[in-house]
Design a protein around this ligand. Sequence first.
Ligand SMILES: [Fe+2]
Ligand SMILES: [Fe+2]
Length: 426
Amino acid sequence: MLNWDDPLNSTATPAQPTKTTPAKEAVKTVAAQPQTLAASYASSTVLEGMSFEETGLELPNVDFKQPDPIEEALAEKAIEGIIRDEAETADSLTPVKASDKRVINGEADVNQLAPFKYPWAWEYFLNANKNHWTPLDINMAQDVQDYQHTLNNAEKHTYENVLAYLTTSDILAMRNIGLAVMEKMTAPELQIYQARQVYEEALHTWTYQHCIETIGLDQGEIYNRYRVVPAIHGKIKLANKRLESVMRSDMDLRNPDNLNEFVMAYIFFAAIFEGSWFYNGFTPIFSLQRRGLMKGTAEQLQYIMRDEVMHASFGIRVVKQIMLENNVSLDPKAIRQMWDESEAAEHAYAHYILKKPILGYTADDHIEQFRFIANRRARQLSMEEPFPNAQNRTPWLDEQANMRKEKNFFETRVTEYQTGGALDWG
Ligand SMILES: [Fe+2]
Ligand SMILES: [Fe+2]
């Protein structure tokens, strides 16, 4: 039985003393059991309504000190100070106005949710809660069969390396939003969605781990691939560089250079890392799914993809708002360099994971699709398209993100939750 008070140390259900158990024996029974929640409850039920003497318990041996006149005088002074402070600050206390809030560098009370200045952020939080699942909800049995008996070596190589890249990436995404971004926000409606995002990134990591474990891959080897395969390492290194640039303790967003760095890192994570690399990163596995293979893994990734679409669009909206409120203008050369670096890293990655094309999907398709999605993110940022004329090589990819229930994408799912079937993913 799960002990919610100590879940890693769960035991069999302890014997429940009845009302007729003599008090001293009941206390002994409870004391002899591990201190589980159930035991504590049993104890409180038995002791309820008894005088202290009837319980047979002994008072702890406490050394009660005599009141110290100096300490008493200090305590009185402290109370007087609090009363005086209250009187002095009474005039300066004012309610929070929505117009006082700012995304960063705000002065309004961050512990008060409403009035909203950014009601769209709250809507993101509500919508995020409509895409709820755990990896255990999806049946992976056929995937084990497919991996062992149907996938060829090239397909196995692609499958394993996509998971190896994604699982490291999601930890980075979690650290970015939870450690580098959230603490800099000064409107709680933004932080609340970001708190959900932190959870979702952890859930995604669990999902990859569940797939890796269920298929029976060597965990130590898969998780280390990003450290030993240059093409995977290259993407992670770019992301780490951006993360480290904004996780410094001396970061001050009132300093224009620091703010610029923060905005660039935010754009990188929202538009490229989540909006392009993740969005496009699931495609090789979806291409297997379209041939009826690894459908459980693909369905897991469809749920993740929906979260990532929201992360990207939320991040883009936040960063645009920061730029507006703080009058930020970015260096076009730095933006160009960011797109080029990302494309080069994706190019190396695509040629590694798709050394040999898997049926219906090649490295060139992957790179072109990256460019096509990158253009979309740039438009959302109100920026110039970095790769004009890029072609949509996988027009079915957006359908995967939409995952309409009527398209029978839930065939492997074993539990029904409320999901975002009604969401408009535009
Ligand atoms: Fe994620
Ligand atoms: Fe994400």
